[in-house]
Design a protein around this ligand. Structure first.
Ligand SMILES: *Cc1c(COP(=O)(O)O)cnc(C)c1O
Length: 428
């Protein structure tokens, strides 16, 4: 498939071809661990990375390979590596770049799980995250030091209706000779393609909109193919001889595909954060309708945000799709088709009203997830953010009177009626 096809065509066809063995039109689920070698020479060539093929499903699998090509094409990258979760994708993105004593400069406005992974767990590898307000471009630049190996942010940051100025951040990373990694989970490639704004790598939690119905845990790392890993001595895993492959140099050997090959041949081989073929199948099914779903997600989110903002029981709505948002203009530039379908709502009734609201809703489900066809709600102060002090909750956009909504693709009028009746109970 060439990239001259439109998004709606590519989301169904990219990476897929009729099964060579049976002609099956839909991509089969290759539920196999291993693949028979043609002969001993074939096996040796595969193990030496002299020939591309299938060895063992921890590294590569034909169903997963279709998904990798599909996602890479939709994001405008040269290759992708699928992983067992979004969090696995983040480790897989950082792994070839980092090492003990190295750091990543990351946005303070990131998914809560990412803040924990970066502030606590990666320290066990000797890696460090330096958190900065990415609206303060001078501070981002100042945080970069000789040990920095990547810059990390999200396109649309959950939960507070925040949009990152990707072009400005990419320019800073570029001046410093560093790759920019963008988590595009909340936007999806239908709303924004971060590579077109200067991202080097894009990461996804496929658990969310890509699959789109809350059935899978999965992730992906997409490489733009645009970064020169040999321009400095900062990325030896990609530019220097790899002892585990007889001194092969990934960048010299694979060019623009160096990061993707390294992700499979070293990352998946040794970290084992592999996506299983069944999960890849579900995500492929989801992606076929990504643009249709996102269009409805965004239209519903806009309608509900407008209705809520005008409601006297509501104190504030943070959604970059609303003209009242400080990020409205930036959203028009970064994701002109819509500012996603996640936002927070602050209720005048405080903590008690929020708890009653989540308990009174009938269509909305009270869950710790987002990006489902179903509408979802969570009260961060009594769940995901309950270990924080009230001051920390406010700073994270999760004050005691705030709920986060992930707007689904149901009838907007039904969703409004559901919120209306639950707000009546919550504020009675
Ligand atoms: C859910 C999520 C993740 C983590 O993905 P998992 O698939 O749950 O591991 C990372 N970033 C964002 C923005 C997310 O929404």
């Amino acid at each position: 498939m060439t990239k001259t096809y439109g998004f709606d065509t590519l989301q169904i066809h990219a990476g897929a071809r009729p099964d060579p063995a049976t002609g099956a039109r839909q991509t089969p689920i290759y539920q196999t661990t291993a693949y028979v070698f043609r002969d001993a020479d074939h096996a040796a060539a595969l193990f030496n990375l002299q020939e591309v093929g299938y060895i063992y499903s921890r590294l590569t699998n034909p169903t997963v390979a279709v998904l990798q090509e599909r996602i890479a094409t939709l994001e405008g990258g040269v290759g992708a590596v699928c992983c067992s979760s979004g969090h696995a994708a983040q480790i897989m993105a950082l792994f070839p770049l980092m090492g003990p004593g190295r750091n990543v400069v990351a946005s303070t406005r990131a998914y809560g799980g990412t803040l924990t992974q970066f502030s606590q767990t990666i320290k066990r590898f000797g890696w460090e995250a330096k958190f900065v307000d990415f609206d303060d471009l001078a501070a981002v630049e100042a945080a970069i030091d000789d040990n920095t190996r990547a810059v990390f942010c999200e396109t649309i940051a959950n939960p507070g209706g925040y949009v990152t100025d990707l072009d400005a951040i990419a320019a800073i990373a570029d001046r410093a000779g560093l790759p920019l990694i963008v988590d595009n989970t909340s936007a999806t490639p239908w709303l924004c393609r971060p590579i077109e704004h200067g991202a080097t790598l894009v990461v996804h939690s496929a658990t969310k909109y890509l699959t789109g119905n809350g059935t899978v845990t999965g992730g992906a790392v997409i490489d733009s193919g645009n970064f020169d890993w040999s321009a400095s001595d900062k990325f030896p895993s990609l530019s220097q001889p790899e002892p585990a492959y007889h001194g092969l140099k990934f960048h010299e050997t694979f060019g623009a595909l160096a990061f993707t090959f390294h992700g499979i041949a070293v990352g998946l081989r040794d970290l084992g954060m592999t996506l299983n073929p069944q999960a890849a199948h579900y995500t492929l099914m989801g992606i076929e309708t990504l643009s249709l779903r996102m269009e409805r997600h965004v239209a519903n989110a806009r309608k509900l945000a407008e209705w809520l903002e005008a409601d006297p029981r509501v104190e504030a709505v943070t959604y970059a799709g609303l003209p009242s948002s400080p990020y409205h203009d930036r959203a028009q530039k970064i994701c002109p088709k819509g500012a996603g379908a996640l936002f927070t709502v602050a209720l005048k009734g405080g903590y008690e009203s929020c708890v009653k609201l989540v308990d009174s809703l009938e269509i909305f489900s009270h869950v710790a997830n987002l990006g489902d066809a179903r509408s979802l709600i969570i009260h961060p102060a009594s769940t995901t953010h309950r270990q924080l002090t009230e001051k920390q909750q406010v700073a994270a956009g999760a004050a005691p009177n705030v709920v986060r909504l992930s707007i689904g693709i149901e009838d907007a009028d039904d969703l409004i009626a559901d919120l209306d009746q639950a707000l009546a109970t919550a504020t009675a």
